[in-house]
Write a protein that binds this ligand. Sequence first.
Ligand code: BGC
Length: 743
Amino acid sequence: MIKFKSILLIVFAVIITQSCSDTSTKSDKEKFIDNLISQMTLAEKVGQMTLYSSGEDPTVPVFNPKFREEIQKGGAGAIFASISMDSIKYLQGLAMKSRLKIPMLFGYDVVHGYKTIFPIPLAETASWDMKMLEKTAAVAADEASASGINWVFAPMVDLARDARWGRVSEGAGEDPYLGGLAAKARVKGFQGSNLKNNNTVAACAKHFAAYGASISGKDYNTVDLSENYLREVYLKPYKSAKDAGVSSMMSAFNEVNGIPATANKKLLTDVLRDEWGFDGFVVSDFASIGELMNHGFAENKEQCAELSINAGLDMDMEASVYKEEIVQPLVDAKKIEISKLNNSVRRILRVKYDLGLFDDPYKYCNEDRAKNKVFTKSNLAIARDMARKSIVLLKNENQLLPLNLSKLKTIALIGPLAKNQADPMGTWIAQGDTTSVVTTYQGLKKQLPKNSKLLYTKGCDIDSDDTSDFKNAIKIAKQSDLILLALGEKGDMSGEAASKGNINLPGVQTKLLETLSKLNKPIVLILTNGRPMTLEKEVKLSNAVLETWILGTTSGDAIADVLTGKYNPSGKLPMTFPRDIGQLPIYYAFKNTGRPSNPDVRYSSRFLDIPSSPLFPFGYGLSYTTFAYSNLKIDKETLSNKDVLTATVNIKNTGDFDGEEVVQLYLRDLIGSVTRPVRELKAYEKIKIKKGETKTIRFEIIPERDLSFVRADLSTGTEDGDFTLFIGGNSDAQLAANFKLKN
Ligand code: BGC
């Protein structure tokens, strides 16, 4: 008995000590921060709320030398784009000379890699392989943190349904579910399990909110969305980033329903903080606080400061509005409460504390790590694996691919992207070096057998009207058994400020394809581009088509891996490909309307001159093998919110290769008090299936999680009624089962 009692006592003691130490760690942090804030002057507070550009990155405005003095006075909380370790050490040293010695954050756009450049985020998402997304973000964090960076302006989680918007390349595509998973994976990758580790960085989910919904896909343009649509679709990936513990968010350039995101209290405070409980900080986008004047929302800098601080915008990136001389009078006039400033500063200091910067402001400046962790062989191997997993096979007539290398003696590689190192890097390449990019030509050369000949000519530029090299293209094509045609966009034709009114192949590239197609040689079209494009004609004229997006440093190796069959493609489109620009915005989760689209019915929701259907649906992508879906079963036809519905399906590899398939589950809620999309992706699984093998995949539908939606009064929940479940290899899946929710 005594023994038992003493064991119990020990157990209690352990529990009490553990919970005490938990609360004391927590309160230690908050106490530390409170103590610091209590000593800060207003100038030091707005200093913490200010971010300056270093000017070391050529794309960023030059650092004003006067900021050096300000840093020493505690006038800067963060520096953007300081890219050499020496300068980071130097600038942090200046902050250490300030009265309260508060270390600075060093932020940088590490959007798809730091030095080892991975595929653009849209491409990575096409892999549907979230473990890989997490891995590449972790490598990017490792490289960036080894170089002194402790905060990355990534992931970009803006959902987008209009391919004219150049920034679709930076995001995860059109779907809230897939986008939410990608956001989570990337935040986890950047931040790891503990920000205190020296190989993790604070992430920044951007751009809050709905930046991807700009009217006509024009960058920075107005966003006007119903609150249902906003919550149901556009806000979801930010919420996933928040749930994954993201340290910071960046506000968006655009207005949302009449209020610029930069000073949108409803978004920044009511939703983000009060509803979601986000306790990290929000930084503005570049100079966007000052742009409140252009929006016609604020009259002068004073009003910009008042509106954005009161809305909950914590840090000013480069607008120079959060200044003592601007903010002090606003506090004196009681237009801004000091508690607002304290809250903003607290949120910023928390991240610095979490990173361990108060213990060691120089912890990310470690020469050894910089030497050993950046651009390593193993990072390049991860990049290559990610790149080949990102490629989507769009067409493969008569199994033209993989290349039959025993028969193909001479191959013509033609096109402005065949020997091109710069464009397969895209934008936001941080410290990536274009001269280290493996081109398609180089990649193929390494993998083709010695006795096969690879002929090359450029054929044309990406975007000029010069056809003078067509004759060489025809000449080498005639000498060859097969034509590989590498066409696409320039790297900077997608990304920020790269909206397009036409998403065809630029220049005379299509003309080159038309010319070569007359030679009756098999053509493999290899596309390099940062967005869905209108490619109906090009797809028709080609026998096989690979969408390789923008693959980064190891581009050519990955493309060669797929062409030669070393890797069997498994990517699936994260965005619908339109047939025509007039279809935009186009997405699979549309509403049925009162007059559902019917090409044969004039008074239906359609176009007179173009079809409604996409060229390739969301979720589409082929493999060198084929898969047959059968035997879809659900374990109940009626369920309540307390039940779980199980769906199973068989997938057989019916082709000649081992392969991977992304098995996708979509739901349709047939009748709702707010109308529901015709399909919504609710689950998927990426599986490997050996040639001839059949696998059974099992999905669970949990009503509160999978059947809920935002109702007219903005509450979220389920509604009883009929549902259809579809399973297949893309959003056009035909295998279906019906069930009923009844509570
Ligand atoms: C972009 C952001 C980026 C910032 C700093 C802005 O123009 O919209 O995505 O993080 O610049 O480079």
